[in-house]
Every structure is written in C-alpha cells, then in structure tokens.
Design a binder for this molecule. Structure first.
Ligand SMILES: O=P(O)(O)OC[C@@]1(O)O[C@H](CO)[C@@H](O)[C@@H]1O
Length: 387
C-alpha cells in the first residue's frame, strides 16, 4: 500500500546566512579550535591539522578518506555519498557530527602510535567545570533537598537534570547563559507516572554533558533507583564538547566523594554500590556518536528501548536526533513526530538550536514576541513525553 504520510520538512542546513546552524560553524568552531590549541601543548603537526580542519569546514569540500576510529563501515558508506560536496551544502546534524569525528582524527585520539591516543581533547574544560563554583552551589542545593518530602524532591531533581543541560560547554564556547526564563512544555508529571507505572524493565537515561549536567543526572538516577533498575547510557568517546564518557562518570563520582556535604558523599556511595551490584547498569553504544537519528536505531538498542519502562533522552543534540533535525513547524505535535519510537520516551532539553516541536500556537506567539531568540538562547527548557 502507498505510504500516505506527508513528506517531512527539509533538513536544517548550514548555508543560510544569519542562521544559528551556520553560526555554529562560522562563530563557535573558530573559538572551539582556539580553545583546544590554548588548552593543550599540541605539537605543530596537530595545531596545523586543527587549523586545516577549521578552514576546510568553512570553505572546503569533504575529502573521501574515512577518519580512523569505530564504525568504519558506517562512515565509509556516508563518505561515499558525501565526498567532494562543499561542507556548506551538508545537513547541519551530519556536518556537525562529522566535524567532531574529524577533531578526534586531528588530535590523534584513535592513533595507537601517538602519545595523544585516548587523550580527551575537552578534558581541561570539563575538569574546570567540575572544580568550579557553580557545581558547589548545585551540590549545596542537593544537600538541602534531604529536608523536603519525596514529591517535592523528585520534582526538584527532575528540574535540576533539565536545567543542568544549560551547562553544556559547547554552547558556552560563544554564549553566556542569560538565566532561566521558564519551562515551555512541562510533562514532568507524565515522567513520574511512567517511572512508577506497572511496566517492567529498567529506566534508561541517555546522558548528555559531563560536569554540572551529569552531576544533576546522577542525582536523578539515584531517585530513579528507588523504583528499580536504571541504565545510564554514556558516549563511547569524546564527541561534542562536554559529552559525558565513562571517564567523566568516574571523575564525577570522585568529585561527589570529595564534597563536604554528607548527603552528597552518601549519594556517591549509593551510586558506586548500585554500579557494583548492577542495579545501575552503565552502558555505551557507537550509535551515540553518529549523525543518525533515533528513527534509524540499531536493532539492539531499539529492542532495549522497547523493553524499558521509560527512556529519558537528555539534551539538545539528542532532541535533534529524536525529532529529526528538520525545519518542523513548532506547532507540530511532539507525539506525531516521535510516534516511531519503540517505547515510552521523555526528552529533557534546554533549547539551544532552532528546532522545536509540540509548542501550542498561542504559547508560540507569546514566546516569539517576548524573547525572539528563545529557541537558541538556552534560557527556555522543555520536558516532552511520548507514552
Ligand atoms: O546536546 P547539548 O549538549 O544539549 O547541546 C549541543 C549543542 O551545544 O551543540 C549544538 C550546536 O553546536 C546544538 O545542538 C547545541 O547548541
């Protein structure tokens, strides 16, 4: 039978002057490269490769070589289709993901004969945030939560995890956070209904950034553990600037251990125990560092998501991958766009790219009038649930 579904809108590109996506390449990436060169004593060959990558991504074409690292077959097929095209003609999601993969190549991350092999290029920025004053304030606030009743505590932990996404260091490369203006869509109650619901299986938390965000996510994971098994899915290797890996998880647990607040130390201990007894399963998957959308899930992950009580997907990039990085009309219902997902899913994200769906038209008019850049400023957040 013919497929009668309407064509999806076009993919977001990086060529439109004045667009947010283009600014990521032309404004954010030059600062990002300068930061990497300042943060590490890279030898001339690595500095030259970083600068060449930047120039290529602004003005050049995609070379045919497959960058080293995992998922060779995937990238070989993608590059067979894209090689020779100008970067400016690439879809935003693909171009950005490929750019970060090329950064790993430029810094010899997968080169076993290089002393830079396995060195997280973003570690200095991640460590600075983990040692910074904002995280101390977050942990004081966490410690004070032990005075509150369970419902209030759960609500506060969900919102801390949501707003933790503001602390994404990629975003902060060129943008200062201008406060928290509000939660545009708040399906938080549905999150807890699903968590407490009759379904079996773990709750899966697909993490996003290290530092303040992962700290808040771990506090949420601890609350979720009261209801059953939890899986925390991390990135397999560094990816977008502050994306959380296994090393970041360990560094965060150490930071929680070292905090003067007793409830924070107790949190670290409970989490370590849960990892040991596998009530908290920590996993990763190559899919999390690819430009594919969740519509094209590898079968194993699709099965696991389908068997989960709920999948909580954190952050802006995951939102783009979940919804599809396309020029959606923001009034398009969230449920229609993600109906393909194999299980119940909740997206928690602060808005840091043009994409939005599921915004009631009247609310949209209000938002566009009150803060025209609400979609990209990181000041607005959303909790959207498909169930
Ligand atoms: O996924 P996250 O960490 O919330 O956000 C990722 C991000 O910083 O990177 C992209 C632009 O470079 C956007 O999706 C967003 O601004």
């Amino acid at each position: 039978m013919a497929d009668l579904r309407p064509e999806p809108p076009p993919r977001i590109g990086i060529d439109r002057p004045g667009s947010f996506s283009r600014s990521c390449f032309h404004e954010r990436h030059p600062v990002l490269i300068a930061n990497l060169i300042a943060d590490h004593p890279y030898p001339p060959r690595i500095r030259a490769r970083l600068e060449a990558l930047l120039a290529e991504s602004l003005d050049g074409t995609v070379p045919p070589e497959v960058p080293p690292g995992p998922n060779q077959a995937f990238w070989a097929a993608e590059l067979a289709a894209c090689a020779g095209r100008p970067w400016s003609a690439l879809p935003y999601l693909w171009a950005e993901s490929y750019f970060y993969r090329r950064l790993l190549d430029a810094t010899e991350y997968f080169d076993t004969e290089s002393p830079w092999c396995g060195v997280d290029l973003f570690a200095p920025q991640k460590h600075a945030q983990l040692a910074g004053p904002e995280i101390r304030a977050d942990l004081d606030a966490y410690a004070a939560l032990s005075e509150r009743d369970r419902t209030e505590r759960r609500q506060a932990l969900l919102h801390a995890s949501l707003w933790g996404n503001q602390a994404d260091l990629g975003f902060r490369t060129t943008t200062d956070i201008a406060g928290r203006s509000g939660v545009v869509v708040d399906d938080g109650a549905a999150v807890w209904d699903l968590v407490d619901g009759p379904g079996g299986g773990p709750v899966i938390v697909v993490a996003d950034n290290a530092g303040r965000e992962l700290t808040a996510d771990l506090a949420l994971v601890d609350a979720l553990l009261e209801t059953g098994v939890v899986e925390l899915h991390l990135k397999p290797h560094p990816y977008f600037v502050s994306d959380a890996t296994g090393n970041d998880l360990l560094a965060t647990l150490d930071a929680l251990d070292a905090d003067p607040n007793k409830p924070v130390q107790a949190l670290a201990q409970r989490l370590r125990e849960a990892i040991r007894d596998e009530s908290l399963r920590v996993r990763t998957h190559g899919f999390y560092a690819l430009p594919s959308t969740y519509r094209h899930l590898p079968p194993g992950l699709a099965r696991d998501y389908g068997a989960a009580r709920l999948v909580i997907v954190k952050g802006d990039l995951n939102y783009r991958r979940l919804v599809g990085d396309r020029e959606w009309d923001p009034a398009t219902p969230f449920g229609d766009v993600v109906a393909y997902f194999p299980g119940d899913v909740a997206a928690l994200r602060t808005a840091k790219s043009d994409l939005a769906v599921g915004i009631p038209p009247a609310r949209l008019t209000e938002l566009d009038n009150a803060s025209p850049d609400w979609r990209i400023s990181g000041t607005h957040a959303m909790i959207q649930v498909l169930h």
